[in-house]
Write a protein that binds this ligand. Structure first.
Ligand code: SF4
Length: 422
């Protein structure tokens, strides 16, 4: 039987850079985008020769803004995928779409080429919040995209929303939640805004926190090339942020969504299969600029230098010696994982899932009882009420409690093993 693999395809282009974004994405001209699609197809073909003995169970077009590509470009990539790999008939094939970049015609093309799941970036139903984020769309444009997707025959749709936005109130966040649940998408991803260094927001909000004299707590962005010169309100305080976080689970569960991962909610049977591969230690290859892969116990990524990616490499790169990636492309951060690394990752990513980490699966992968490695740390957090061990469906799972989810980063950090002797 063929071994499973998943494929992530990175499209690193956006109409314009949002003020909070630290993803690998930027605007680009048509010529660059076309060249990029050529290289992407080449990388897929070469990977296909290498993994002809694998069965592809999920594909995810992420970005950036994959829906920025023309229908012809996406079709070309999808056809290359199909001719290069053995794609399972039931494979989940998702694409991220941003309102303002996708038409009904493009959506019908997606349907026609076998894409069966859409992930639409709404972020907020409040136009002022969208403007402050630097998004290019309005709520009305999102609605048009959502309705066109339904008309084009898409049933499996995710909507991304965000909390803790500049100027956001509990009421405005509730209005976003309500607007989304009224549409009944099958899946909702709800993340809190993180202010990242090196982004326009990183600068604006670092300056604002230093500006203790400011009564209004607003900031006029100075770099007009990146962010519109508008007044930025302060971020919600910690208490409001917490309330938004709790309201998310409450409102979504009242509307039939079950939380299956810290930030992800779905109707039964509509969990994102591709992300589950990441969270359960499955094999995947990342194709395109900066994309990460994890195959046969080795983690690595494609170069994040666009010029290097667009150029055929005359060497086989480090990938050849470590047997990662494919010839003619540059890979970096190649890291074969030790058994300890794999155990850590398995626990830390597995604890993100509400069902927790299966003890029987652990035993089948690592050949020992989870308590041999993690008995003490599990016991410690059980005593503190942050972890629990539960029997379910003839298996035993270790998982975060409700309180444990609130401090998940602290708990997870304790699952890092001492590897000083290595
Ligand atoms: S659309 Fe997404 S990837 Fe593109 S700049 Fe905005 S946040 Fe970043």
């Amino acid at each position: 039987m063929k071994k499973d693999i998943s494929i992530y395809i990175h499209i690193p282009f956006c109409v314009k850079k949002c003020a909070y974004c630290d993803f690998l994405s930027a605007p680009a001209c048509d010529t660059t985008i076309e060249k990029y699609v050529d290289r992407l197809c080449e990388e897929l073909r070469r990977y296909g020769e290498k993994y002809y003995d694998r069965r592809v169970i999920t594909v995810f077009f992420g970005g950036g803004t994959p829906s920025l590509l023309s229908a012809a470009q996406i079709t070309r990539i999808a056809e290359t995928l199909k001719s290069s790999f053995d794609i399972d008939e039931q494979a989940e094939i998702s694409i991220e779409c941003n309102p303002g970049t996708v038409s009904y015609e493009k959506l019908t093309t997606y349907k026609h080429i076998g894409i069966n799941r859409l992930s639409i970036g709404l972020q907020s139903a409040n136009d002022n919040e969208l403007r402050l984020l630097g998004r290019i769309h309005t709520y009305e444009q999102f609605l048009q995209t959502y309705n066109s997707a339904k008309d084009a025959g898409f049933d499996n749709i995710n909507v991304d929303i965000m909390s803790a936005l500049p100027g956001q109130t509990i009421e405005s966040y509730l209005a976003t939640l309500k607007a989304v649940v009224d549409l009944q998408p099958k899946h909702i991803s709800a993340y809190s805004l993180i202010i990242e260094d090196g982004t326009p927001f990183g600068k604006i909000y670092a300056d604002m926190s230093l500006d203790t004299d400011s009564d209004t707590q607003t900031h006029k962005a100075e770099d007009k090339t990146i962010v519109d010169a508008i007044e930025y309100p302060s971020l919600p305080d910690e208490d409001s942020e917490r309330q938004m976080y709790y309201l998310t689970e409450k409102m979504l569960s009242e509307h039939g969504y079950h939380r299956y991962e810290i930030s992800n909610y779905a109707y039964e049977e509509y969990e994102c299969k591709h992300n589950l591969v990441y969270w359960t230690g499955g094999d995947y290859i990342g194709v395109g600029l900066g994309a990460s892969s994890y195959v046969d116990g080795v983690r690595y990524k494609v170069t994040d230098n666009l010029d290097a990616y667009l150029k055929e490499q005359c060497v086989y790169g480090d990938g050849a010696t470590a047997n990662v990636g494919c010839a003619g492309f540059e890979y970096e951060d190649i890291m074969p994982l030790s058994v300890e690394d794999k155990m850590e990752e398995y626990m830390i990513t597995g604890l993100r899932l509400m069902r927790g980490v299966s003890k029987s699966k652990w035993r089948s992968i690592f050949g020992n009882d989870m308590s041999v490695i993690y008995g003490d740390v599990i016991e410690k957090y059980e005593r503190l009420g942050l972890l629990e061990t539960v029997e379910e469906k003839k298996d035993v799972f270790v998982r975060l409690t409700r309180h444990g989810i609130d401090v998940s980063n602290t708990v997870m950090a304790d699952f890092l093993l001492d590897k000083t002797d290595e």
